[in-house]
Design a protein. Structure first.
Length: 559
């Protein structure tokens, strides 16, 4: 499932003097409505620099005049020049906290997490007591929780350090509580949230985090109250829900995540991304009809076509066995991304389900051309070619699967089967002999080795191998069908009938069992012979039955 990854915001990130910046942010926050209304998207690191452009009176004696130039370069996006300028400043003034902080901002914006961490930490050491630099370091850890497994714990330590300096710092309280909730320290998170003022505790962002904490602690009554209060809140915003989704998924609370997203949708607060997430949750729970309708709504809401969304719609339609609908979505996806091998492969697999063999081969061929090293693309294309053009055409692709997946005995099993159907029994025996040694392929490999023995009129050998096969897999209908054939060849019609009827008990549509039973009835003048011959005529041709069994050997999802 696609997971949302939205970092909570920190509106007071800075590169400047603590008192001046705090006053600026207080004024700014009043403009947007509430000092503590934390939004759910980060300001850019360049924006962080812009907020501090007046600044750092605490470091004025140390700050070279060209720090302003470095700030301007960062704001204008010239990070390379800014980095060079800051490194020059630091060569002359290694302990300049503002330069270290700005260099950390540049490196964070470039994705250089390790060096950004080093320089923010140097800056905090050079300017002990700077809440703004600590906030930058905390933000860095929050943004890199997926890269560094310790980032969340380091972020908690940073925010706790801020709270020692300023116990009433509302943002540090929230961000620390958020990271505690994200790392399953739910009670500590709740305790920290309780330090906020009464008004702050009623903000939607706090309600959503409290919901997560109560859910993690299994406080069911409180969770229900939090959900009702959150969804009814006049100031509810999409981010208040989206921010906590990863934590709910970690708790396996998909049902509550679905309720929250549905609440956003019903209030008209959900974006296309959020509606898409809701559709995916419906799919996950097996509600395919609602999943498809919701994903369609997300598609209509988007300004432009989305390939992942089209693939999701095709996947849901495929699961509904609406193959025509799936092809429609995939045709659109193919126009949007003609060089995406996945789309061509999925299209080909749907064509197989619709018995459109030529169309399947064309799409699968394109998929293999675009991604020749994908083992499953080669496997399915090889199987389709065997059914469409003969075994010789499919061999190279099945061999390629074996080369790409040398530890998968199923590849050798299928290749051995292909050789068998091409009557190249020597090569078939070589591949099947290797598959006999693995539990997941042993019974079927013995079945095909027995089929070779039957065709070579080695009936005792065939019967022995088939009896081993059915002991290993009592539901292997083909093995009973082959036993019936072996006994028929030996004119042991009683055992032939017994085994053929056993095969049909397991699978009434087994082509070989039906065919051989018709022959036995005919040979024994059984009154059921005519009825059985009519049954054989109704069945699909053996080639199609064979192809389906090939494809079932290695389960390949088309999406």
């Amino acid at each position: 499932m696609k997971a949302f990854s939205v970092a909570p915001s920190i509106d007071s990130l800075s590169c400047g003097d603590s008192g001046r910046l705090a006053r600026f942010l207080a004024t700014f926050s009043r403009h947007v409505g509430h000092m503590f209304r934390l939004r759910n998207t980060w300001p850019s690191w360049a924006g962080v620099v812009l907020l501090a452009t007046g600044s750092l009176s605490a470091f004025q004696a140390l700050a070279p005049a060209n720090l302003d130039e470095a700030r301007a370069l960062i704001v204008n996006g010239d990070l390379t020049s800014a980095s060079a300028r800051l490194e020059e400043i630091l060569r002359n003034s290694p302990g300049n906290a503002e330069a270290l902080n700005l260099l950390g901002v540049v490196q964070a914006q470039l994705g250089d997490y390790q060096n950004a961490e080093v320089n923010f930490r140097k800056a905090t050491a050079a300017a002990r007591g700077s809440v703004e630099i600590l906030l930058n370091l905390g933000r860095l850890y929050q943004e890199n929780r997926n890269r560094d497994p310790e980032a969340a714990h380091k972020g908690i330590a940073v925010y706790e350090q801020i709270l020692k300096l300023d116990p009433s710092h509302s943002e540090a309280v929230y961000q620390c509580a958020f990271l505690l909730g994200a790392t399953a320290f739910y009670q500590r998170s709740l305790t920290l949230l309780s330090r906020l003022t009464g008004d702050a505790q009623q903000r939607p962002q706090i309600l959503s985090l409290r919901l997560v904490d109560h859910a993690g602690l299994k406080n069911e009554r409180q969770v229900e109250g939090d959900i009702a209060q959150l969804l009814a809140h006049a100031e509810l915003a999409e981010g208040d829900v989206v921010t906590i989704l990863p934590m709910l998924f970690t708790q396996h609370n998909e049902a509550r995540a679905t309720r929250l997203l549905l609440g956003l949708q019903q209030r008209g607060l959900a974006s296309a991304d959020t509606i898409e997430q809701l559709g995916l949750l419906y799919e996950q729970t097996g509600d395919l009809q609602r999943a498809r309708g919701t994903l369609e709504e997300a598609f209509q809401k988007r300004a432009s076509a989305s390939l992942p969304l089209l693939l999701s719609l095709a996947r849901v339609a495929y699961k509904q066995r609406d193959f025509t609908g799936a092809l429609g979505y995939l045709a659109h996806a193919r126009e949007l991304a003609p060089q995406d091998a996945r789309v061509h492969f999925f299209f080909g697999m749907v064509c197989i389900e619709m018995d459109l063999q030529k169309e399947a081969a064309e799409s699968l061929k394109k998929a293999v051309q675009l991604d020749s090293e994908n083992p499953y693309f080669n496997y399915v294309y090889g199987v389709v070619l065997i059914g469409l053009q003969g075994a010789d055409e499919g061999y190279p692709y099945l061999k390629k699967y074996c080369d790409l997946k040398p530890d998968d005995p199923r590849g050798h099993l299928v290749l051995g089967e292909a050789y068998f159907y091409a009557e190249d029994f020597g090569l078939a025996q070589k591949e099947l002999a290797s598959a006999v040694n693995f539990p997941q392929t042993s019974a079927t490999a013995k079945l095909f080795l027995a089929r070779i023995a039957n065709r070579e009129e080695k009936y005792d050998e065939a019967i022995a191998k088939l009896q081993e096969a059915v002991r290993e897999n009592p539901r292997l209908d083909d093995a009973y069908a082959e036993l019936g054939r072996a006994y028929r060849e030996r004119k042991d019609y009683i055992n032939a009938k017994t085994n053929l009827l056993k095969a049909l008990e397991i699978n009434p549509n087994n082509s070989q069992a039906n065919l051989n039973l018709a022959m036995v009835y005919g040979l024994t003048k059984d009154s059921r012979a005519q009825e059985q011959r009519a049954r054989v005529d109704q069945l699909e041709e053996i080639r199609r039955d064979r192809e389906k069994k090939f494809l079932a050997t290695i389960e390949v999802r088309p999406y």
